[in-house]
Design a binder for this molecule. Structure first.
Ligand code: GN1
Ligand code: MG
Length: 356
């Protein structure tokens, strides 16, 4: 983007009109274009909104508005940067056929992977604390920014449909397809919790890099990326933490032999998340945490494999087989969690103090 363009966009915010500024591209996000804007006394993040991944920007704006109006953000022990309103009182600013949002800049560090188990604890406590903080907000006020986003049953049906029209699958593709189709019992368990657990306000993308840590990495300074914020189950947020933080390997890894769950990290995640939610969690919600990692890993495996069968239409790939490999990675990780389930259950008894 050029300086004149940025100037026209930020000119739609009263407090920035006519101000001198410098700008640069910022961060490693793959979805939205991101710029750091610096004036003589403040810093801001300007985002160019990706309308093809998020087809309902007005729903995102609605959800964030509900959150800002119904909850007191200042009560949280970390920042929750919501978009700043423009002169039209809108969080989305139109320019040149595109949509932009402006945020206050939060100083700190983002991690792509944890460096020690304490960071797993801090991350989980922050996401759990967020769910508790929003307990009074009626989740039915929220709109689906991505419909059926974490519906395991729907993701499962999508794979079934894609498989019906896929011919001549290779031996290894069939093995992975059959593995995912054998996960029907997990889908049933999920549906049981879906019928028994309340809808909460959930973040739905609880990866480690959606947090900003303080520069000394000892505290969470902010929870960011609130685009998938909507009504959901606590298990979605805890499960995506397990999926992305408690695995020995990244989701893009092909180091199959070394890929497994680290029980000691699972323990730290559960300690942190439980500390955040214990005051609000129902017994069913507490129990749902035991299958949370499996559910979210299965969802991602189903999504990757379906995308592979459909010719890589959703996820960016660096090579043609990448979604197939991601689905294989998630399959191995899901197997590892299922194998370790009895050990994880022992940790769960200890941490929650609950019995069956
Ligand atoms: C996508 O683009 P990113 O990394 O924020 C996806 C998540 C997946 C993740 C897997 C909107 O998130 O659900 O967990 O990829 N977000 C969307 O890498 O589809
Ligand atoms: Mg994201």
């Amino acid at each position: 983007m050029k300086e004149e363009q940025i100037s026209s966009i930020i000119g739609q915010y009263d407090f920035l009109k006519e101000k001198k500024f410098e700008f640069q591209t910022f961060g490693s996000g793959l979805i939205h274009g991101t710029y750091l804007i610096q004036t003589s006394d403040s810093k801001y993040i300007l985002q160019e909104f990706n309308n093809s991944v998020f087809k309902y920007p007005e729903r995102i704006a609605h959800n964030q508005q509900v959150l800002g109006e119904k909850g007191d953000v200042s009560e949280l022990p970390f920042a929750l940067p919501l978009p700043i309103l423009n002169t039209l009182n809108d969080s989305l600013t139109k320019f040149d056929g595109k949509l932009f949002r402006l945020f206050d800049f939060v100083k700190g560090e983002t991690l792509q992977q944890i460096q020690n188990s304490e960071q797993a604890y801090l991350a989980a406590k922050a996401y759990g604390g967020f769910a508790s903080w929003s307990k009074e907000i009626d989740a039915s006020l929220m709109q689906e920014s991505i419909p059926n986003f974490h519906r395991l049953d729907w993701r499962f049906e999508n794979l079934e449909k894609a498989a019906q029209t896929s011919k001549n699958l290779k031996h290894e593709e069939l093995e992975i397809l059959n593995f995912y189709l054998s996960q029907k019992p997990l889908v049933e368990k999920y549906l049981d919790f879906l019928s028994k657990c309340p809808q909460r306000i959930t973040h739905n993308d609880t990866k480690i890099n959606n947090l900003i840590f303080t520069e000394d990495l000892e505290k969470v300074a902010a929870v960011i990326d609130l685009d998938t914020l909507m009504g959901g189950l606590l298990l979605y947020d805890f499960g995506d933490l397990v999926r992305t933080v408690a695995c020995t390997e990244l989701e893009t890894s092909r180091n199959w032999e070394n890929l497994e769950l680290k029980p000691e990290i699972f323990q730290k995640l559960l300690e942190g998340y439980w500390e955040g939610i214990s005051e609000i969690a129902t017994e069913d919600e507490a129990k749902s945490l035991l299958i949370a990692g499996e559910v979210m890993t299965c969802i991602m495996g189903l999504r990757f494999f379906t995308d592979h069968l459909q010719g890589n239409i959703y996820y960016k790939v660096q090579y043609p087989e990448q979604n197939f490999h991601r689905a294989k990675n998630q399959m191995i990780f899901l197997r590892s969690q299922q194998r370790l389930a009895p050990q994880l259950k022992e940790l769960w008894y200890k941490i929650t103090g609950l019995t069956d």
